[in-house]
Design a protein around this ligand. Structure first.
Ligand code: PMP
Length: 418
């Protein structure tokens, strides 16, 4: 079976898994990277490739969950980080790199007049919520079912979907449902959080006008509108907000703005971010490692290299990838549905329409789990459920190789009907 083949091919990872289980609940700190029978242990990465503890090479199609837009160990990022590291890894004072990165982001993102840094998208969520609470004096927040803004509250990775003491939710893309929650509970809600396109929710796009309608209702009720650009920053030179010509109150940032180091950020209107001013604080922005100089130097190199030409390149490669995978599936009469947003590609072996995709309840979950193992066995390293992304250091011949290997992976699960 595929599981047996996988175990035989990855015995060193199995040993690390067993050893890790003794001292860690899932031998790892990341549920998202976990899969049956165990995730591989990676020991090295460079450019488009990862190597596991058994020394096997994989084409990296995960880019650490969309955060390494220039691939692994991208030379400008390595140089910037190494130069900073040699001067010390963290200081209890200001540093130049964070101001330069802030300048770069303010110049690029129309809704961002001022920006603050933290250490993850999850922290960006907490910071944005605290800013909104400081501004409004309200406590609760509203987000989409199918949305993901970090581990604080999760509606689609198997977490809690029901309303809680601080939380309201409504289906992503359902304008009427959002307006109804705002109408009924607006005076309790500090912030509404929305992604411009669902990332973890399977690249679902909202109907035209959804974001704007929720924004208008939020504005009329004094709710702070937070656009989560943690994933979507890579989609356009000015972020999704630029592409959509849409200016939210606050913006969450993360992933590629840290060049592969842990990062988060909150940007937005100057008057809103002013609530963290220690002279008259209504919210606290701090953190031992927030605005860390190594992260900021790496992030600056990463953001500067993400030019319009670089974005066009990753989008074109993802288009090639999508067409190639479609052809492989068609040749095997498999019903492959794809959703591509720029450089990110989701695969579905059923028709998801435009609905958000809830990982735990996908009808093709068993098939995509098998295909995931088959892809690993063929030297491809996608995200769980076989989603993929391209990077600026990939080439068309590499994509052709991915497509070939994908065809061989499909043949390995050929006996399973999706
Ligand atoms: N928001 C979005 C849209 C995300 O995709 C993610 C991470 N996948 C986060 C927030 C959380 O970021 P982090 O994993 O850095 O906490």
């Amino acid at each position: 079976s595929l599981q047996q083949d996988f175990r035989e091919a990855s015995s060193a990872s199995a040993e690390w898994e067993a050893r890790g289980r003794v001292v860690m609940p899932i031998a790892s700190s990341r549920a998202i990277a976990f899969h049956d029978p165990y995730p591989l242990t990676v020991t090295r990465a460079e450019g488009s490739f990862l190597w596991d503890a058994d020394g096997q090479r994989y084409i990296d199609l995960a880019s650490n969950m969309y955060s390494l837009v220039h691939g692994n160990a991208f030379p400008p990022v390595v140089q910037a980080a190494a130069a900073q590291l040699a001067q010390g890894s963290a200081w209890p004072a200001n540093n130049t790199a964070q101001i330069e990165l802030a300048e770069e982001l303010v110049a690029r993102l129309p809704a961002v007049e001022k920006v603050l840094f933290c250490n993850s998208g999850t922290e960006a969520f907490s910071l944005a919520l605290n800013i909104a609470r400081g501004q409004t004096g309200r406590h609760r927040f509203l987000m989409a079912q199918g949305g993901y803004h970090g581990t604080m509250w999760d509606t689609n990775l198997g977490g809690r979907a029901a309303p809680g003491p601080v939380h309201f939710s409504a289906p992503y893309g359902d304008t009427a449902a959002f307006l109804s929650v705002i109408e009924q509970h607006g005076d309790e809600i500090a912030a509404v959080f929305l992604e411009p396109v669902l990332g973890s929710g399977g690249f679902a796009l909202p109907p035209a006008g959804f974001l704007r309608a929720v924004y208008e209702a939020a504005r009329a009720t004094g709710i702070v509108f937070v656009l989560d650009e943690v994933i979507s920053f890579r989609l356009a030179f000015n972020g999704a907000q630029g592409a959509l010509d849409f200016a939210p109150d606050l913006v969450m940032l993360g992933k590629v703005i840290g060049g592969g180091f842990p990062v988060g950020g909150v940007g937005g209107r100057a008057e809103l971010l002013a609530v963290v001013d220690p002279a008259a604080p209504r919210a606290l922005a701090s953190g031992t490692f927030s605005g860390n100089p190594v992260t900021m130097a790496a992030g600056l190199a990463s953001v500067r290299a993400l030019t319009p030409a670089a974005i066009a390149h990753i989008d074109r490669l993802a288009q090639l990838l999508e067409a190639g995978l479609q052809a492989e599936a068609a040749a095997k009469s498999l019903p492959l549905h794809t959703r591509r947003v720029g450089s990110m590609l989701g695969l579905f072996f059923y028709d998801p329409g435009q609905a958000p995709v809830f990982a735990a309840s996908r009808p093709d979950a068993a098939f995509t789990q098998e295909l995931h193992l088959a892809m690993l066995l063929e030297g491809l390293f996608p995200l769980p459920r076989c989603a993929m992304t391209t990077t600026t250091v990939m080439t068309a011949p590499l994509i052709a190789e991915v497509v070939q290997r994908f065809g061989r992976a499909l043949a390995r699960v050929g006996s399973l009907v999706p």
